[in-house]
Design a protein around this ligand. Structure first.
Ligand SMILES: [Ca+2]
Ligand SMILES: [Ca+2]
Ligand SMILES: [Ca+2]
Length: 241
């Protein structure tokens, strides 16, 4: 008697159903894993960008007496180099000057990082020092809500860096040529994300939320450099009189 036999159609159907369920179960976690990896990669990129800014301050000094360190200007024309026609920055907010700083040019979604810096601290005339209170001027505020009703995340920070996250809304993709009539991916309608795009000195940092959530869509990644950290790292033990 021949003990071997083929699968019946019913058995084949059951196997196919099981395989389909298994693939479906694996597919979602896989995309979530890829997203989590990109977020972790971008957080690392932002941390390295912040270190590169500190490295610049450690190697650049004003010509005055005493010489004082200063921070890099934003890149505003897209070549990755800081835009400083004389001693001052062209603008206080633009793109992270990755060429000048020898750092990563983009986040894990292929978009540029936004970089905002305090005017006096990036001035090649003024620089910064640790023998007085922080200079006046437009300091950056980081809050958990748009419009900063309460500055509850970080107050008066010299530097803010932003990745526009997985949705990339408002970001400049690295493949977009400069001078293009559409310089950025269109911003969305989320007030919290728009706060990270407009021209004021207020930024939002908070946990991510989806488009349908009560808080509105938010997936930006934001890091900042407090003035105290800047002084401690660049001017330890009163090193910048
Ligand atoms: Ca430039
Ligand atoms: Ca975003
Ligand atoms: Ca803002």
């Amino acid at each position: 008697m021949n003990s071997q036999r083929g699968f019946t159609l019913i058995e084949l159907a059951i196997v196919l159903v099981i395989i389909t369920i298994l693939i479906g179960g694996l597919a979602m976690p896989l995309s979530a894993q890829i997203q989590a990896r990109r977020i972790a990669e971008t957080k690392k990129t932002l941390e390295e960008a912040r270190e590169a800014i500190l490295g610049y301050a450690l190697t650049h000094q004003t010509s005055g007496s005493p010489p004082r360190p200063y921070l890099p200007c934003p890149d505003t024309d897209g070549d990755g180099r800081e835009d400083r026609p004389g001693n001052e920055c062209t603008k206080q907010s633009g793109w992270f000057p990755w060429v000048t700083l020898g750092a990563a040019a983009q986040d894990a979604w292929g978009n540029r990082l936004r970089y905002t810096v305090h005017a006096d601290l990036s001035s090649k005339t003024n620089g910064f020092h640790n023998d007085s209170a922080p200079p006046p001027g437009a300091w950056n505020q980081v809050c958990s809500e748009e419009n900063c009703p309460v500055v509850d995340v970080a107050a008066d920070v010299p530097v803010v860096l932003v990745s526009y996250g997985a949705n990339g809304r408002g970001a400049r993709n690295v493949n977009l040529p400069f001078g293009s009539p559409t310089p950025a991916l269109p911003p969305g309608t989320s007030a919290k994300e728009i706060e990270n795009l407009d021209a004021d000195h207020r930024y939002v940092s908070r946990p991510p939320s989806k488009p349908g959530d009560a808080a509105g869509e938010f997936d930006d990644l934001v890091v900042w450099l407090p003035f105290s950290v800047l002084i401690n790292r660049v001017c330890p033990a009163g090193g910048c009189p």
